[in-house]
Design a protein around this ligand. Structure first.
Ligand code: NI
Length: 231
């Protein structure tokens, strides 16, 4: 299930990230791609060890932690280090892009070597959508093709099992943060049921306040999570 989480970063936080990223030491993005993905990838990324990457990934992790929706939407068990990429135009004015690919199933954390199974892929948009041409994230999921270009500071989560691409950026610069989540609930289908149930319970509470039925459904939610979560 594809999920849009609004305002993970406030406008002021987005500006702070943009200011740090503008003069950052960008390098060829192919270094971190799998063999198939490297053939279709043309963008730039921040090296893992650079100061800006260190500062900003801590900043993003804190923002995710305090957002009321992130935990329920992803049920995270492990999170693979947030990274940063930039799509603009190459020196010869060629638009940068990332063609159709699927993310590697297993990632090894650069610091610890810890394995992370990629259940959910995440993109946090960092550029104002009006400031660049193209650069849509296109996700092929079970419901068809989704074209995503969100406000700066907004996050999209989508199943890592989906083929996806970033369309050529023909003008301006597209900055983003991306990462992967190993979820306590591996199945996208089960996660989707839990999210739907959670959202419905919240809506019931908003409409009718606390009721015995809302309490009972909350119990059902947690009992399902107990059945399905691998914590
Ligand atoms: Ni990808």
């Amino acid at each position: 299930m594809l999920q849009h989480i609004k305002q993970v970063l406030t406008p002021a936080e987005v500006r702070y990230a943009q200011d740090l990223l503008v003069d950052a030491p960008w390098s060829d993005g192919r270094a971190s791609a799998g063999t198939q993905a490297a053939l279709v990838k043309n963008n730039t990324q921040l090296p893992h060890e650079c100061e800006v990457a260190r500062t900003l990934r801590e900043f993003v992790l804190k923002a995710l932690d305090r957002h009321p929706m992130f935990f329920a939407a992803s049920l995270p068990k492990k999170l693979f280090t947030p990274r940063f990429n930039r799509y603009g135009q190459s020196v010869n004015a060629e638009p940068m892009f990332y063609g159709p690919h699927i993310d590697n199933a297993i990632r090894f954390a650069p610091d610890t070597g810890l394995r992370v199974r990629t259940d959910i892929s995440a993109t946090l948009f960092l550029s104002d959508p009006d400031s660049y041409e193209g650069g849509e994230l296109v996700v092929h999921d079970s419901t068809g093709v989704q074209r995503i270009k969100l406000a700066a500071g907004d996050l999209v989560l989508y199943p890592s099992t989906s083929v996806h691409q970033v369309t050529p950026v023909t003008g301006g610069t597209r900055l983003a943060c991306f990462f992967w989540i190993e979820s306590m609930v591996r199945s996208d289908e089960k996660r989707s049921l839990l999210i739907d149930l959670d959202n419905t319970i919240q809506a019931l509470r908003t409409k009718h306040g606390e009721t015995a039925e809302a309490v009972a459904l909350t119990g059902t939610y947690h009992n399902l999570l107990r059945q399905w979560a691998d914590s």
